[in-house]
Design a protein around this ligand. Structure first.
Ligand SMILES: *[C@@H]1O[C@H](CO)[C@@H](O)[C@H](O)[C@H]1NC(C)=O
Ligand SMILES: *[C@@H]1O[C@H](CO)[C@@H](O)[C@H](O)[C@H]1NC(C)=O
Ligand SMILES: [Zn+2]
Length: 436
């Protein structure tokens, strides 16, 4: 694949604003400069429970701005919002079988769908796997709130300049949605209480000091998790085996209850076809693969083939040297088409500009959720094909102590953009297909 100079410059600019800060890349150990702590912490975290233990339910921005949006949802509120929604609209919630290090459970809901049982759900929205990416859970909770409100009251939805009819709402819900708004509850609770720009979970298993606590959950999935399978030139950046690193990948693939929980959702709702893992803040819609340049010509050149161990991984030059990750042309078309439509809807909602691209072009990664999702049907042909995306909402807050903490106005823009994007995702995915 040709990689134009313009594209290259754009990507270099984006590197600075992805899930990792510049000083955290290359397997970095972080020494954040002291003066950052004198800055503000962006939009405040809610202190009470605006849903009163599930007796009240949220309303999103797209269905009429009823809920107080002046603060970010705290961890407890994400759960009470879920309970409130389930009570108001009568859907089932679930809790995964794995408890976190701090003893928290991981919960979600399932809405819409045609037919009965777990096979009716074809979409999976996952939030807040990276603790500091504030607003991630809110974006999912308020979107589901809008969809259910509009469905019940026969209205449409509007996100800035992007509007959807009630027929769109019905169509979107028919896809069947499983959602997990808070997949890293320990990390988020810690980040919210310390404003420490915390990315990982809170498992201290491999730690030798406070600064070496925890695992980067988005490097812990079973997708080329073993670093020896990567080219030496990218090995230190795709993930790290060093506990102090911001991209420490854990003792083994799926060592963590949070990643086990996400796998459990994919196993339990075995007809999921489309998956979004919601992150901030590169302003990107990223599609498979995240390992190396996509290629459609050679099926044997793929992540499972040990012939390519130690050459795999998109290197920093513009060409693919010796390796490209196989993706069938039809799948590439599908995943790119839907991603492009999502990006357009996000742009249209607020006028900000998102980039749609292959995730390896942000930077190659080992053990990421979106690649794991898309790789499952290759490792076990009984598993459903899942198109996986990483959406990086927002563009960062340089005025805050941590650029992942949105300002008040950014939080609302992010909400509009992600919610328009989710809506478009459901509609575009339904057009392309929800099953074989
Ligand atoms: C929601 O409504 C309140 C009261 O009308 C208003 O002050 C606030 O700006 C609105 N927020 C948004 C995000 O529209
Ligand atoms: C791995 O790739 C080599 C070179 O393309 C090919 O000859 C071999 O059959 C492949 N092995 C598998 C298991 O696909
Ligand atoms: Zn992230």
């Amino acid at each position: 694949m040709k990689w134009s100079k313009a594209r290259r410059l754009l990507c270099l600019a984006e590197l600075a604003s992805a899930c990792l800060l510049p000083e955290e890349r290359e397997g970095g150990h972080v020494a954040r400069s002291g003066n950052l702590h004198t800055r503000d912490n962006g939009k405040a975290i809610g202190t009470g429970d605006r849903f009163n233990g599930g007796k009240l339910f949220p309303r999103g921005l797209g269905s009429g701005n009823e809920t107080d949006l002046s603060t970010i949802l705290n961890v407890n509120e994400v759960n009470s919002a879920l309970q409130g929604l389930a009570a108001e609209y009568g859907f089932e919630t679930f809790t995964t079988p794995y408890q976190t290090y701090e003893g928290a459970t991981i919960s979600g809901g399932k809405v819409g769908g045609q037919g009965t049982g777990n096979d009716a759900y074809h979409i999976y929205l996952n939030g807040a796997i990276h603790a500091r990416e504030r607003g991630s859970s809110d974006n999912i909770i308020y979107f589901i709130s809008d969809l259910l409100y509009a469905n019940k009251h026969n209205t449409g939805l509007s996100y800035g300049s992007k509007t959807y009819t009630n027929a769109d709402v019905v169509q979107a819900l028919n896809a069947g949605i499983v959602f997990v708004p808070l997949s890293n509850p320990d990390g988020v609770a810690y980040d919210q209480s310390t404003n420490s720009c915390w990315r990982k979970n809170r498992n201290p298993a491999a730690a030798t000091s406070d600064s070496t606590i925890a695992i980067d959950l988005n490097r812990n999935f079973d997708f080329v998790w073993d670093l020896s399978k990567w080219a030496s030139s990218v090995r230190s950046s795709v993930a790290s085996s060093s506990p102090g690193s911001e991209v420490y990948h854990g003792a083994s693939a799926f060592s963590e209850p949070e990643t086990k929980s996400i796998k459990w959702v994919m196993d339990t709702f075995s007809k999921i076809r489309w998956f979004i893992d919601l992150h901030s803040y590169a302003g990107d819609i990223l599609y498979s693969w995240g390992s190396d340049t996509d290629q459609t010509a050679n099926p044997y050149m793929n992540f499972l083939n040990s012939t390519y161990d130690r050459v795999r991984g998109r290197t920093s030059d513009s060409t693919t040297t010796g390796y490209g990750e196989y993706i069938p042309q039809a799948d590439l078309n599908n995943i790119r088409n839907v991603g492009t439509q999502v990006g357009k809807a996000m742009d249209a909602s607020t006028g900000r500009s998102y980039t749609v691209m292959q995730s390896a072009y942000l930077y190659p990664t080992s053990g990421a959720s979106d690649d794991y999702a898309f790789s499952r049907h290759y490792t076990d042909s009984k598993l459903n094909l899942i198109y996986g995306y990483t959406i990086e909402f927002g563009f960062g807050n340089n005025a805050a102590s941590c650029p992942f903490y949105p300002s008040d106005s950014q939080y609302l823009l992010n909400l509009q953009e992600t919610n328009a994007g989710f809506m478009e995702f459901l509609l575009a995915a339904s057009r392309v297909g929800l099953s074989d």
